[in-house]
Write a protein that binds this ligand. Structure first.
Ligand code: TRP
Length: 453
């Protein structure tokens, strides 16, 4: 007997859940430090262009594949093509979900750990980033701490996904996303009212074009589709629960807007505080766990802001992690006839186990190197730098070249007739970006990751 497939309660619920997937560690951790390292405002400008010409067109395409077929990535490609090649691209998405979630949960665990450490008072007495860095090394170097918070984080992910699309993912996104935005607003107000904040704002708004190298452009390109959760079927899967009455184009625009606005807001909150403390903006990955704790230590009321900031990170990580698990669960539910509960527990459990060596990469297994990389780094590299760009490339090619244009447009028009009628140029422009611009630029990112260009 076929049961009716799960679906979102409303378009708003879908947009919030999809924005929750997009807004993650990439926005609040990675975006500010890559912007910091690559010239601030000038980098942000390039990044906005990449979002517009790659992120937005591919996002619409990925959601459409899901909404048209009402299936997980494997089932979706099978329904549209009957070709083994494309079905295996869908399968690669499921594998990518497996891999990304395994290490994403380790970092997600750290963010919860930092909320707890803030409450315990261990983050309030730093005189400089080095002292904060030393404690960071001690914490992640501690097997029990790393594994404990990885387990806690994963427990939350499973607890949400097991409750289903509407009762779990949608409902939790409707609670967590407004909290996330409110926290950001509070942190921005704190940031801009600090003495010396204007230097941080100048860093974000006054471009330094000398920092824009070919490499910086590639980083902006790569981040544009990482931050929108593209290339592995997460947006496809979320799109598969969407109603055919809803407008995909305007929903995608809203998701892109929220994701971009939140990344920039995080940049404002972080850089005003960092500059006000006279610290270095280009602090790399250590910006969040080393520089910021030192900033909070010197700020009046710092513990409260530290608590809010790490809570913000934990929420951002959690709403992304649930979309990763949902891809895997949807595959086993649609294709293999599992029930949601069993699929969530068994495959969530397996991904949790796969995350253990990643958690141990910062302590017990720190010296076990494969090609000079720890287990964590290998999984991160394969997933983020190889599978995602490759998947993104294939999705752009699929929608632009393989799926017939008439069918794509017909699918996009469902729920968006007026938009296509009022703006006839939109279709032309969208297809140019999908067919030519996105594949070429994504291919460059992929070749660059592989060390070929
Ligand atoms: N977009 C997420 C972030 O900005 C990271 C991410 C990349 C992701 N691909 C994904 C999350 C797929 C969920 C699903 O942090």
């Amino acid at each position: 007997m076929t049961q009716t497939r799960e679906a979102w309660g409303s378009r708003f619920g879908f947009v919030l859940a999809a924005a929750g997937s997009a807004v993650g560690l990439g926005n609040i951790w990675k975006f500010p430090y890559i912007a910091g390292e690559n010239g601030g405002a000038a980098f942000i400008f390039i990044y906005l262009i990449c979002i517009a010409i790659i992120g937005f067109p591919v996002l619409i395409g990925e959601i459409l594949i899901g909404r048209t077929t009402q299936k997980n990535p494997v089932g979706a490609f099978a329904a549209l093509t009957h070709s083994k090649l494309w079905v295996s691209i869908g399968f690669m998405g499921v594998i990518a979900g497996f891999l990304i979630l395994s290490f994403y949960s380790v970092i997600g665990g750290w963010t919860i750990g930092y909320v707890v450490e803030t409450i315990r008072g261990s983050l309030s007495n730093f005189n400089n980033p080095e002292e904060a860095g030393a404690l960071f090394g001690e914490l992640v170097g501690n097997v029990g701490w790393g594994l404990g918070f990885h387990t806690l984080f994963f427990g939350l992910v499973i607890g949400i996904v097991i409750r289903g699309v509407q009762g779990g993912i949608e409902r939790s996104s409707k609670i967590m996303m407004p909290i996330l935005l409110s926290i950001l607003v509070i942190l921005i107000i704190r940031g801009v009212t600090l003495e010396g904040a204007s230097k941080g704002l100048a860093f974000l708004w006054v471009p330094d074009w000398s920092k824009i190298t070919g490499q910086a452009v590639l980083i902006a390109l790569g981040h544009a589709f990482f931050t929108l959760s593209l290339g592995m079927g997460a947006m496809l899967t979320y799109g598969s629960y969407m109603s055919k009455q809803d407008n995909v184009v305007s929903s995608a625009a809203l998701i892109v807007f929220l994701d971009t606005a939140i990344a920039i807001m995080a940049g404002v909150a972080i850089f005003t505080a960092v500059f006000a403390s006279g610290l270095d903006p280009a602090a790399g990955p250590g910006l969040i766990f080393q520089t910021l704790p030192a900033v909070f230590s010197t700020m009046p009321g710092g513990v409260y802001f530290s608590f809010l900031f790490f809570l913000l990170l934990a929420i951002a990580a959690l709403t992304s992690a649930i979309s990763l698990l949902e891809v895997v669960v949807a595959y086993f539910v649609d294709e293999k006839g599992w029930d949601r509960k069993g699929a969530t527990l068994v495959f969530g459990g397996s991904i949790f186990l796969l995350g253990i060596p990643s958690a141990l990469s910062f302590n017990l297994m720190a010296d076990m190197k494969i090609f000079d990389k720890t287990f964590f780094d290998v999984v991160d590299f394969v997933a983020s730098n190889v599978l995602l760009p490759f998947g993104g490339l294939m999705i752009a090619i699929f929608v632009g070249w393989i799926w017939s244009r008439t069918a794509v447009i017909a699918a996009a028009k469902e729920g968006a007739e007026t938009l296509f009628e009022s703006y006839p140029w939109f279709e032309t422009l969208w297809f140019i970006f999908l067919k030519y611009v996105a594949p070429i630029l994504i291919a460059l990112v992929l070749l660059n990751s592989l060390g070929i260009v």
